[in-house]
Every structure is written in structure tokens, then in C-alpha cells.
Design a protein around this ligand. Structure first.
Ligand SMILES: Cc1cc2nc3c(=O)[nH]c(=O)nc-3n(C[C@H](O)[C@H](O)[C@H](O)COP(=O)(O)OP(=O)(O)OC[C@H]3O[C@@H](n4cnc5c(N)ncnc54)[C@H](O)[C@@H]3O)c2cc1C
Length: 287
């Protein structure tokens, strides 16, 4: 199939893009990497009247390490972020997650911010943003607002982005000292969206006791499901925590739904198995 007709805009600066989006309101759509939007247009599951291609706006390209984390511009491609040694040094979870996103060809074009706005419940990056308590910066003609991850993902393929807004960047906070991270998942084929996935961050104190542990699950709810499991670790030495018991507590909080790919019960089972792996690996990295 071919897309429904639309007016195509390719502005070279942000102000022009925001003006077009403001005029278009709910009939406008941003085109970034196009890896999710183009198939939706071709299948006519999306039919915007105005398409604003942001690929020529140079100010949206940079991604940088900041004192408190990593700020990623709307045109930074998955592969650029994945390969950045500077980012991996302060926020290894991004690289751990990006390696699981689709295939290299898709990662060469798809954008980190586009993935956040697309808000697929099985996608890795929304989960990373939620786990790290990051935020998305949204611009509109005449204003900018930062939306915390906890408020940004509102449902499957739904976000807090409003008509007329453009996501200009996302902020992923730096991991505290002595923190390890991990992202594990099960997909039917490598590069497919996960049937279920779990990411974890574990922080230990000077005595190598667990001071904080958090997880996020993907593919088992309408939005990334985060859980602070620090209490379950009872400030024990990381090497003696019963991670299987902690994982069961995580599993008990999930209520996945069945679909053509997997039963609800199988997805819950995966959460339990993956949570043990993610927490154990994150704790090992912390030590
Ligand atoms: C075969 C295949 C397998 C894939 N597997 C995975 C996977 O395993 N995990 C995963 O996470 N993803 C996967 N993806 C999706 C891929 O990661 C996409 O790149 C990503 O979801 C969207 O990024 P994009 O830049 O291509 O966005 P686009 O396709 O251009 O846009 C997606 C949506 O976000 C909106 N949007 C994009 N950028 C902005 C912005 N700056 N401001 C406002 N709105 C914006 C668009 O209007 C559109 O609604 C896969 C894609 C394909 C084709």
C-alpha cells in the first residue's frame, strides 16, 4: 500500500518546524528516522495531513555527556549513541539496551528520541528512561517543558506529547557511584521486539551492601513497569541477597496479557527468570 496524501515539510531550523506543527495541530506529525512511522503511513494506520521531516535541523543532532548524565538530541541515531564510549562510561545501560533494539540497519536510521515518543510497550528505550527516572524535553512555538519519564508514557503507543509539540531531546541521568546495570530479554528472533524484558540497576554502599535496587519490565503492560525492590534486599551484602525471592516479588506485580506471540502465563514466567538474571548481573557489575 501507499500512504494517504500529505503535505511534506523539510525545515532547516527548529522555529520553522514548530510553526508548521503549531499550524497543523492534531493533523501534523514529525518524521525522524521513519523506522516506525513509514510502515504506519504505508499501511494507512497513520494519515497525517502534514509531515514535518526534522532530518535537516542540525541543532537537533548533538548528544552529549553532561555533569548529571547524558542529553540526547532528537536526531541522534541509535547506532551513534550505542557506539559512544563517552556515553557508555557514564550510562552503560543505554548501550546494553541499544544492542537489543532491532538490527544494525534500523539502528543506523532510527532515533533514540523517536523511540521514546513512539512509546511501544515492548521497546527498550522507554524502559531505560523510566528506570533511570529521566525526562523528555518538549518544545512548541513559544515554550519548552521537561516531562519526567513517569508522566511521559501514558499508554501503548501513547505519550504526553501534545499536538504542536516536538521532542527536542531526552535526558538520561548518570548512574551513582558503585552502581551496576543490566538489560536482558527474550525475543522470538534476534532483533525482534521482546516477548518480555527486564532491566535492573543495583547500587552498593562502602560495605558492599545493597543500598538501592530497581527494575523495569517491558512487554508485560501498557507502559514500562518500574519497581523499587530496595526493601526486599534488606541492605544485605550484594553477594548474599536472595535475588530469586526479589524476582518473585517483581513477577507478582505483573499482569501481562496474552497475544498471538505468547500467553500471559509464559510472559509472567519470563519476567521471573529475566529479573533474576538482570539483578544478578547488575549486582555483579556494581561490585
Ligand atoms: C523490523 C523492525 C524491528 C524493530 N525492533 C525494535 C526493537 O526491538 N526495539 C525497539 O525499541 N524498537 C524497534 N524498532 C523500532 C525502531 O527502534 C524505531 O527506530 C523507533 O521506534 C522509532 O524511531 P524513529 O526515529 O525511526 O521514529 P519515526 O519512525 O520517525 O517516528 C515514530 C513516531 O514518533 C514520532 N516522533 C519521532 N521523533 C519525534 C520527535 N522528535 N518529536 C515528536 N514526535 C516524534 C513520529 O511522529 C511517529 O509517531 C524496530 C523497527 C523495525 C522496522
Amino acid at each position: 500500500m501507499k500512504p494517504a496524501p500529505f503535505d511534506y515539510y523539510a525545515p532547516r531550523d527548529l522555529g520553522e518546524a514548530l510553526d508548521v506543527l503549531a499550524e497543523a495541530g492534531e493533523h501534523g506529525k514529525v518524521l525522524a528516522g521513519g523506522q516506525s512511522l513509514i510502515p504506519l503511513l504505508n499501511m494507512r494506520l497513520a494519515a497525517p495531513e502534514r509531515l514535518v521531516d526534522i532530518n535537516r535541523i542540525a541543532s537537533l543532532e548533538p548528544f552529549e555527556v553532561t555533569p548529571d548524565g547524558v542529553r540526547i538530541g532528537a536526531l541522534a541515531r541509535h547506532s551513534q549513541v550505542e557506539r559512544s564510549e563517552g556515553i557508555a562510561a557514564v550510562q552503560p545501560l543505554l548501550r546494553q539496551a541499544l544492542r537489543l533494539v532491532a538490527h544494525p540497519v534500523i539502528r543506523n536510521r532510527g532515533t533514540v528520541v523517536g523511540s521514546l515518543v513512539h512509546a511501544d510497550p515492548a521497546a527498550e528505550l522507554p524502559a531505560v528512561l523510566a528506570l533511570l527516572r529521566g525526562s523528555v524535553r518538549l518544545a512548541r512555538a513559544g515554550g519548552v517543558r521537561d516531562v519526567p519519564a513517569g508522566e511521559f508514557f501514558t499508554g501503548p503507543l501513547e505519550s504526553a506529547l501534545e499536538p504542536g509539540e516536538l521532542a527536542v531531546s531526552a535526558h538520561f541521568p548518570r548512574l551513582p557511584e558503585r552502581t551496576g546495570s543490566s538489560f536482558v530479554e527474550v525475543a522470538r528472533r534476534h532483533g525482534d521486539y521482546a516477548l518480555a524484558g527486564v532491566a535492573a540497576v543495583v547500587t552498593v554502599d562502602d560495605d558492599l551492601r545493597v543500598s538501592e535496587a530497581r527494575v523495569v519490565c517491558v512487554g508485560v503492560g501498557p507502559v514500562p513497569l518500574t519497581a523499587d525492590v530496595s526493601g526486599w534486599c534488606e541492605r544485605r551484602p550484594a553477594s548474599t541477597v536472595d535475588w530469586a525471592a526479589v524476582a518473585r516479588a517483581v513477577q507478582d506485580r505483573t499482569e501481562p496479557e496474552a497475544d498471538i506471540h505468547a500467553t500471559a502465563e509464559y510472559r509472567r514466567h519470563l519476567v521471573g527468570v529475566l529479573a533474576v538474571r538482570a539483578l544478578t548481573e547488575a549486582a555483579r557489575h556494581a561490585l
